[in-house]
Each structure stands twice: as structure tokens, then as C-alpha cells.
Write a protein that binds this ligand. Structure first.
Ligand SMILES: [Zn+2]
Length: 63
């Protein structure tokens, strides 16, 4: 495995109620301003990560 395929990214919301970890490479990252992304996020754009192999693990806050 090369370094990119073992990279782990962690994130959470500001209140700390939700935390997650993503392991694996990302193929693309877009800030999309189309009407669907604006409606979906309720803001001016959506931040979208695309990967066919990365694994998402919920650490807390999963419903
Ligand atoms: Zn869009």
C-alpha cells in the first residue's frame, strides 16, 4: 500500500456530537454551486468529496 491509500481523515461537527473517520484516497473534491447542491445544503455551495474506495467510519452520533 502506498501512503495515499492508507491516509486517514477525521472530522466532527462543532458541538462534538458527531465524529467520523475516513480512511482511503479521495479521487476528487469539488465545491459545487449548482442549484441542487445549494438547495441540499441551504448555502451558496456544497463541498463534495468523491472516492470509490475510501471507508467511512462513524465514531459517534450515528443514527
Ligand atoms: Zn452541485
Amino acid at each position: 500500500m502506498d501512503e495515499a491509500s492508507t491516509a486517514t481523515t477525521a472530522g466532527s461537527c462543532l458541538c462534538g456530537g458527531i465524529a467520523f473517520e475516513i480512511s482511503g484516497p479521495f479521487e476528487a473534491f469539488f465545491l459545487c454551486h449548482c442549484s441542487r447542491c445549494r438547495k441540499d445544503t441551504g448555502s451558496a455551495h456544497a463541498a463534495n468529496l468523491f472516492s470509490s474506495t475510501a471507508k467511512l467510519t462513524w465514531l459517534s452520533g450515528q443514527d
